[in-house]
Write a protein that binds this ligand. Structure first.
Ligand code: 13P
Length: 267
């Protein structure tokens, strides 16, 4: 089955409002020449304080899709209450988000997020009608010890525990090997495809083959305009979650353009 690619920019803790607005305008200016049918699903994830200067752009061709969708970089699983510094799914939705990134390795590493917390967040996001982008990935030590597959399978089983097949099918997973994030050293495309296939087989065990065929699984870690075509040409890589190269309109737009080129070539 053919899955619509996703190109998602994780802006991390970068860009004040004026800079976020400039970057948003640069992406908006590029996508205006295409319909949402031609474009991949384009998602941008600014910091919470910049959500007010971006908005999703519905396509005017009648396809019902968006040319740009907005993601939050995190959320809490409770709907409101005494959780200083957190925002709820409803608040992210109220700020215009359709997606929420959860379980990023930076949040696991620096903010002690556990698999259990990520599972609660995924359930809250789906219950709120939004789509979780669930991150997973191994450290260099785990890779060198031959633990990559078992570690990632464990992260995926925990994150999706107790979620219906229907909700699993509409979720997004991002495979981001920690050693490839921000290092300039992207994972070999064949190896990324192998791990993503393995993730799809775990999803199939948990939620059935139809959910496994539908779920979109992205690669993240030093994705650049020079790497995306090879990555997108692989059977199971459904798109990219991009950090550094999403902070400049030129490189992010180039990644979108190259993703469309690969999609056209594979028809
Ligand atoms: P880089 O593209 O900067 O390696 O970051 C990847 C990432 O962590 C996206 O979530």
């Amino acid at each position: 089955m053919s899955r619509k690619p996703i190109i998602a920019g994780n802006w991390k803790m970068n860009l004040v409002k004026s800079e976020a607005k400039d970057l948003y305008e640069g992406i908006k200016n590029f996508v205006k020449d295409y319909t949402a049918v031609e474009l991949p699903t384009v998602v941008i994830a600014p910091v919470f304080t910049s959500l007010s200067v971006v908005e999703s752009i519905p396509c005017s061709c009648g396809c019902g899709g968006n040319k740009i969708s907005i993601a939050a970089q995190n959320c809490h699983w409770e709907s409101s209450g005494a959780y200083t510094g957190e925002i709820s799914v409803e608040m992210a939705k109220d700020a215009g988000c359709d997606y929420i990134i959860i379980g990023h390795s930076e949040r696991r590493q620096y903010f002690s997020e556990t698999d259990e917390m990520i599972n609660k967040k995924a359930k809250a996001i789906l219950a709120g009608g939004l789509i979780p982008i669930i991150c997973c990935g191994e450290s260099l030590e785990q890779r060198e010890a031959g633990e990559t597959d078992s570690w990632i399978a464990g992260q995926i089983r925990a994150a999706l525990s107790g979620i219906s097949s229907e909700d699993v099918a509409k979720s997004v997973i991002a495979y981001e090997p920690i050693w490839a994030i921000g290092t300039g050293k992207s994972c070999d495309a064949d190896e990324a495809n192998r791990v993503i296939k393995m993730i799809r087989s775990v999803v199939s065990e948990i939620a059935g083959s139809s959910a496994a065929d539908s779920i979109r699984i992205l690669y993240g870690g030093s994705v650049k305009p020079s790497t995306i075509e090879e990555q997108m040409s692989k059977s199971d890589i459904d798109g990219a979650l991009i950090g550094g190269a999403s902070l400049k309109a030129d490189s992010f737009n180039d990644i979108i353009a190259k993703t469309m080129k690969v999609a056209v070539a594979s028809v």
